[in-house]
Design a protein around this ligand. Structure first.
Ligand code: MG
Length: 159
């Protein structure tokens, strides 16, 4: 049977942080605030996978109260989520993501984001889509207060 999962995440911009999106260190004067590396795109994707597995969310799996996850590389966490999916008999078939950021321009980095996340999930690059959009200067994204990301995933549950 096929299972669908959806993930959503938001992180606020913060001074003195690197901007990590889909495992890519994107050149930017500011990064995102967070306990881990604050990779909002990777977080949305992981929540989509966990959602399709009906296995909670990354907050439950990797609590931000746990010092082990301070500054954590979200792609390492993504590998663990993918392992968990495989252990439970799921196969990740297809993923699509959207990142909403007013700035910086993300289009030049989409290819590497797809490669990084496909490698972390153990799927072909073709199985991971990443799109970037602005919000036409509307809302918190448009005011450059933060970045939002959405992801959907299709899993085969092996049954
Ligand atoms: Mg997050």
């Amino acid at each position: 049977m096929l299972r669908i999962g959806h993930g959503f995440d938001v992180h606020a911009f913060a001074e003195g942080r690197r901007l990590i999106l889909g495992g890519v260190d994107v050149p930017c004067a500011r990064g995102l605030a967070g306990h881990s590396d604050a990779d909002v795109l990777a977080h949305a994707l992981m929540d989509a996978v966990l959602g399709a597995m009906r296995a909670g969310d990354i907050g439950k799996l990797f609590p931000d109260t746990d010092p082990a996850y301070e500054g954590a590389d979200s792609l390492v966490l993504m590998r663990r989520v993918a392992e968990l999916a495989r252990e439970r008999g799921y196969r990740i078939l297809d993923v699509d993501c959207t990142v909403a950021a007013q700035a910086p321009k993300l289009a030049p980095h989409r290819g590497r984001m797809r490669e990084n996340m496909a490698a972390a999930l153990g799927v072909p690059v073709d199985a991971v889509g990443v799109k970037a959009t602005t919000t036409e200067r509307l809302g918190f994204v448009g005011r450059e207060e933060g970045i939002a990301a959405w992801a959907v995933v299709l899993l085969d549950d092996g049954r």
